[in-house]
Ligand binder design. Structure first.
Ligand code: AMP
Length: 216
């Protein structure tokens, strides 16, 4: 059983790598961004509020995200998880320690996917995602293009561009990341959990570096 956390700037490849890890190691993929987007698509009152915050590239309130995360972790009795998008600040990191402690789980690896701003910006502009299975595509990466325009290779459903994947919102998200999320690197380094991977390479090269960490 392995519990893995991916930390990275927006559009650095954490969703893509999480799916590859999920497939190879049979871990459950938990993305707080996906949990929030699914609340938005339900058109609930909460979803409408979340949409406004996320469109602007700001962080959602810690309690709301924690609530969604707890429900997901408690409803999945898998062997382990790959968590991405959480924690996003130091408060969430200490809350995660509490949540995991309550259910007798611990973090095995925190993998930091390092990528320069320009690479992440380019990935963000070409990124598409399936509305149903969450698979991520990228028009700027030949290895990540869908086989048929606008259609998911996995489930044949529609793929779409996220409404926060525009340059203005990306820049805000990147700054939010530098200010709130990057300090987590030192937090996890001090706990001896941090592993660093160069995520500017193509997705399979990056995945191979991750396999070297987790075990082939
Ligand atoms: P992501 O799919 O990880 O890029 O997240 C998309 C958006 O969802 C972010 O820009 C935030 O608005 C929100 N979000 C996702 N995870 C969190 C979190 N852990 N804390 C606060 N907001 C989050």
């Amino acid at each position: 059983m392995k519990n893995i956390i991916l930390i990275a700037a927006p559009a650095a490849g954490k969703g893509t790598q999480a799916k590859l890890i999920e497939e190879k190691y049979g871990l459950i993929h938990i993305s707080t961004g996906d949990l929030l987007r699914s609340e938005v698509s339900s058109n609930s009152e909460l979803g409408i509020e979340l949409d406004k915050i996320m469109k602007k590239g700001q962080l959602v309130n810690d309690e709301i995200v924690e609530d969604l995360l707890r429900k997901k972790i408690n409803s999945s009795n898998s062997n382990g998880f790959v968590l991405e998008g959480y924690p996003r600040n130091l408060n969430q990191a200490s809350r995660l320690d509490v949540i995991l402690n309550e259910i007798n789980k611990k973090i095995d690896y925190v993998i930091y996917l390092d990528v320069p701003f320009e690479v992440a910006l380019k990935r963000s502009s070409g990124r598409l995602q399936c509305k149903y299975c969450g698979k991520i595509y990228n028009l700027n990466d030949e290895k990540l293009r869908p086989l048929k325009n606008g259609i998911c290779n996995n489930c044949g459903k529609e793929i779409y561009q996220r409404n926060d994947d525009n340059e203005e919102s990306f820049k805000i998200r990147f700054n939010t990341y530098l200010e709130n999320t990057k300090p987590l690197i030192d937090y996890y380094k001090s706990k001896g959990l941090l592993k660093e991977v160069d995520s500017s390479k193509d997705c399979y090269t990056v995945f191979s570096s991750i396999e070297n960490i987790i075990g082939k």
